[in-house]
Design a binder for this molecule. Structure first.
Ligand SMILES: [Fe+2]
Length: 201
């Protein structure tokens, strides 16, 4: 049985960038539901005692390209999402190493945010946008549906499924880029620093 990582902040703390209604529904309903769907699917199978890491690394599941593996990815993507954003007063700052990664990869934090928003605009339909550490650089990567980045380590995730922003933008799809812009302000640098450091940066 797998459970979502606990939310590190209260649901109203991302306001005004993401509303408390949006965070509540996204975490308590959607995130929890992905984990329940995985747990229901693995109940009574050899996978029921597996950890999230074990499930993600299982070659049989990986190669099956199954509905179950997509659900596992989707659950795990949400774990990364909720760890990699934080209330604006608690984001911290990029470490010296991460600052130089950003400079080397994008020129500046502002240009990185612009890059993220532009890439998100190019993703048709549901998916994810990521900051990924690979080959000692940070990259902006989009993935469709529940896919996770193929290469490197995700240091920040932004959910581009409609459920992630629909309460705040009220079905006006053009405003998805505003939601993405807001999310770039909530990058949890403390988390990014930690992941980069544990991966040699
Ligand atoms: Fe989501």
């Amino acid at each position: 049985m797998i459970t979502p990582l606990p939310l590190q902040f209260s649901v109203d703390e991302l306001s005004p960038f993401v509303s408390s209604d949006e965070v509540s529904v996204h975490y308590d309903v959607y995130t929890t539901n992905y984990f329940s769907l995985v747990n229901n699917a693995i109940l009574g199978t050899k996978y029921q005692e597996y950890s999230m890491d074990d499930l993600l690394k299982d070659r049989q599941l990986q190669h099956s390209d199954s509905h179950l593996y997509r659900l596992i990815n989707q659950a795990h993507n949400h774990d990364i999402l909720w760890q990699s954003i934080s209330p604006i007063s608690k984001t911290g700052e990029p470490s010296t190493n991460v600052q130089s990664l950003i400079r080397h990869s994008f020129g500046s934090t502002e240009s990185m945010a612009r890059n993220i928003i532009d890439h998100a605009d190019q993703l048709f339909g549901s998916g994810w946008i990521w900051l990924v550490l690979a080959h000692n650089q940070l990259h902006v990567v989009t993935t469709p549906n529940s896919a996770a980045p193929f290469d490197g380590v995700a240091v920040w995730a932004c959910d581009l499924w409609e459920h992630a922003f629909v309460h705040d933008v009220q079905y006006i799809n053009e405003q998805r880029s505003k939601y993405v812009e807001n999310m770039t302000k909530l990058i949890n640098w403390n988390y990014v620093n930690k992941v980069c450091e544990s991966n040699g940066n």
